[in-house]
Design a protein. Structure first.
Length: 357
């Protein structure tokens, strides 16, 4: 019962929009995997049944076992194809089929990395499911060092991370529940490292969404139109979601796509550098305030650079003139590398927590 309740809490908070693009979540998972492939860990003293050194490869095998990627991918693919069959418009049918092919492609090949973006495609219609992907630290357009407060959310990304981590390191539970919560953890570790998932800008003028309904913040850059970037059309949030030097994939996954993304993962690790000790990167609830502040400063000094809040109107929400994408790309690669390294650390915690008794 306890397992089921927590699963419902986590999944009712999960979202379907406004997160790093699905291929970036896969790259983060691949970085965690590549990190563990080359690591050996000192086994905690309490794990008396295990060797003094634990190979990262053993940890990966355990994570793969928990993740049940094939079961999740097959289930989601069937569900999306079923919805596509019921779709009344050609556009909706094609959209759903494209999503289905990210899990299981036309050749029937399962994408094991699809659990990294499963949280975004979760189709249940409970309330508040988006909020576990965000933290709304408030930027007033003036103070770039610290937020002036937070907009309360019914279960934000930090809360969701803590709940998923605690569950996976302290309880056994129903296998498929654990698989889905692991998938959710993989996803939200990525979201935590996207600065526009960790803050929002307070609008100088209320933005009218529909008649009589006003938005008081820009929802993490979603009302700021980016101008001046050749080849890019969209909002500031979309820019940060879709960057990584323009990394994109075919509409469905094949072996070539996986190899391409693995190469991007290796490039990102090379650009950022491999940490000598993963432990130094650990994030937990004891140092989370420092991390939140760091993400806020990345947002104000880089993501919101050039934003003119005075031009916020009903029809035009703002602009961000950037001569090039180099600074955004470099920052994104750094954040994606950090997310992958930290995810590898959490995989290790999960392994030892469940194999030391």
């Amino acid at each position: 019962m306890k397992t089921t309740v927590l699963l419902l809490v986590l999944l009712t908070l999960s979202g379907t929009v406004l997160s790093w693009s699905w291929n970036v979540h896969m790259i983060i998972y691949m970085i965690a995997e590549k990190t563990l492939e080359n690591y050996q860990f000192d086994t905690p003293e309490k794990c008396k049944k295990l060797p003094a050194k634990t190979k990262g490869a053993n940890i990966l095998k355990y994570i793969d076992k928990i993740g049940q990627a094939e079961a999740i991918a097959t289930s989601e693919s069937k569900f999306l194809n079923m919805l596509a069959g019921e779709a009344t418009s050609r556009e909706k049918k094609e959209e759903l089929q494209k999503k289905a092919f990210r899990y299981v492609n036309r050749a029937g090949e399962v994408n094991k990395y699809s659990i990294a973006f499963w949280s975004d495609d979760y189709k249940k219609d409970e309330a508040y499911r988006r909020e576990a992907h965000f933290l709304k630290q408030i930027y007033d357009g003036k103070n770039k060092e610290k937020p002036i407060g937070e907009i309360p959310l019914p279960g934000n990304v930090i809360y969701a991370f803590d709940q998923a981590y605690r569950f996976l390191t302290r309880e056994s539970g129903i296998p498929m529940d654990r698989a889905r919560i692991l998938a959710h953890l993989i996803h939200i570790v990525g979201d935590m490292h996207q600065p526009l998932h960790m803050m929002t800008c307070l609008l100088l003028k209320k933005y009218e969404i529909t008649e009589g309904k006003f938005q008081e913040d820009d929802n993490g850059g979603n009302f700021i139109v980016v101008k001046g970037l050749k080849g890019f059309k969209g909002t500031l949030h979309k820019l940060w979601d879709r960057t990584m030097g323009g990394v994109s994939c075919p509409l469905y996954i094949n072996k070539e796509t996986i190899e391409f993304l693995k190469a991007e993962a290796e490039k990102t690790m090379k650009d950022f550098g491999r940490p000598e000790k993963l432990e130094k990167l650990r994030l937990n609830m004891d140092n989370m305030n420092e991390f939140k502040e760091e993400m806020f400063q990345i947002g104000t000094k880089i993501a919101y650079k050039g934003v003119d809040l005075e031009k916020m109107t009903k029809t035009f929400a703002g602009h961000n003139k950037m001569d090039d994408i180099k600074e955004v790309d470099a920052t994104c690669r750094r954040q994606i590398a950090l997310a992958g390294y930290r995810l590898a650390l959490y995989f290790t915690d999960i392994y030892f927590a469940n194999n030391c008794c």
